[in-house]
Design a protein. Structure first.
Length: 376
């Protein structure tokens, strides 16, 4: 008996040392280099492909669910194709690929903002062919237009507000301050998405109604409890946390992965999310007229443009997807919004949710894969 206790203790110590060493050697490598992009480095005299690849440096800074960065790009001549990288799809959190397509739309919008800044005219064809989601043709205006001989090779610099916001934007998961967002700013944000509302049937609903916030918080609690009771969801979340792409990095990332998978972190995460909702002055909802992948890519575009405007205005934002990841809470929220509480006049398919407010700034960016890793 004494022998077997000694043996078990020795084995446990060896296992712990083994896991620790494996953790040290197998630390996921993450990089923040992608954020060191500088507008003045645009290779104005290089080949078309090199210039378009530079524009992609902005696309890869886009937000994506679990920072999965589920994109691949092909650059050829004056054309960029955007593909979904399905190996990075969150099959449990995002069974219907809604978040995957929204993430791709965010990357597309960053690309278009950068292209506009550097004087390109763009033409986007949306596709639903295998993994190909969008084909963008880009023409540099200054090269095609009749310009005086002394004109610079690069088009005149555009307003830098949005392209600078691409590099400044971060998800802010702090509690938000007890301070209302000015009506004029909310209107500016609504206006930023107007083009998408009119042409694409995409609607933004912003509300400060405490009754909706309370109902929303209660649904958030149910959604969190449901998700954290699901071993597959936890394994998937743990996998991405273990990659060091959301929050902790290195050995800490691996420890966080083990905690999410093996410990009962659900109650604590649920409590934190409820508090975050309680601190939120404005909740935002996005709906579409159609429920297809192309509409979802366009939601990503509209949402990213909205987020860039918010960043430029000093307003913080955090997407909150849990309620939409559980069919029952998604249906209940749709029902609540459809009854017109707070005069939202809601209609359509619910695609995305976020909270908005003022907050202490977030210090660090999250890591990104290098361009070389996402080029086909
Ligand atoms: C479609 C989509 C869904 C997201 N859902 C959540 C969410 O539920 N909770 C959250 O904290 N962040 C969410 N995010 C934000 C991502 O986690 C974040 O963009 C990613 O970790 C990269 O960090 P960054 O935005 O600071 O660059 C979501 C982002 C997208 C595009």
């Amino acid at each position: 008996m004494a022998m077997s206790i000694k043996f078990t203790v020795t084995l446990t110590i060896f296992l712990l040392i083994g896991v620790g060493l494996a953790g040290l050697f197998m630390q996921p490598h993450v990089s923040y280099d992608a954020w060191n992009i500088n507008k003045s480095s645009f290779p104005a005299n290089a080949s078309s492909e090199e210039k378009l690849t530079f524009l992609l440096s902005y696309a890869i800074l886009a937000p994506s669910s679990h920072n999965s960065q589920p994109w691949k790009f092909n650059v050829s001549g004056n054309q960029i194709d955007i593909y979904a990288d399905k190996s990075r799809w969150l099959q449990y959190a995002d069974a219907d690929k809604r978040e995957l397509h929204i993430s791709l739309g965010c990357a597309l919008e960053n690309l278009l903002v950068a292209a506009e800044h550097f004087g390109y005219e763009t033409n986007v064809t949306y596709l639903n062919e295998g993994d190909l989601v969008a084909r963008i043709r880009l023409e540099q205006k200054s090269l095609t237009a009749q310009v005086p001989a002394q004109a610079p090779a690069q088009a005149p610099a555009q307003d830098s507000r949005l392209i600078d916001a691409i590099v400044a934007r971060k998800t802010n998961r702090n509690a938000y301050l007890d301070r209302p967002v000015a009506e004029a700013d909310l209107q500016k944000l609504q206006d930023s998405a107007k083009g998408f509302s009119k042409d694409q049937g995409i609607q933004f609903y912003l509300t400060s109604d405490p009754e909706i916030r309370n109902k929303f918080r209660n649904l958030e609690i149910v959604a969190d409890q449901t998700l954290y009771a699901d071993a597959n969801y936890k394994a998937e979340l743990g996998h991405w946390l273990g990659q060091g792409v959301m929050g902790p990095t290195g050995v800490q990332a691996l420890a966080t992965q083990l905690a999410v998978v093996f410990l009962d972190v659900g109650p604590e995460e649920t409590r934190k999310d409820a508090e975050l909702v309680n601190s939120t002055p404005v909740l935002g909802f996005i709906s579409t007229a159609e429920n297809d992948s192309i509409s979802q890519v366009k939601v990503g575009q509209a949402f990213e443009r909205f987020w860039l405007e918010a960043t430029a205005l000093g307003i913080s934002l955090q997407p909150m997807s849990q309620i939409l990841e559980v069919p029952e809470t998604k249906a209940e929220l749709t029902e609540i919004l459809s009854t017109g509480i707070g005069g939202l006049g809601y209609s359509g398919y619910l695609q995305h949710i976020f909270r908005l407010g003022y907050a202490e700034p977030v210090e660090d960016h999250s890591p990104r894969r290098a361009i070389s890793e996402v080029l086909i």
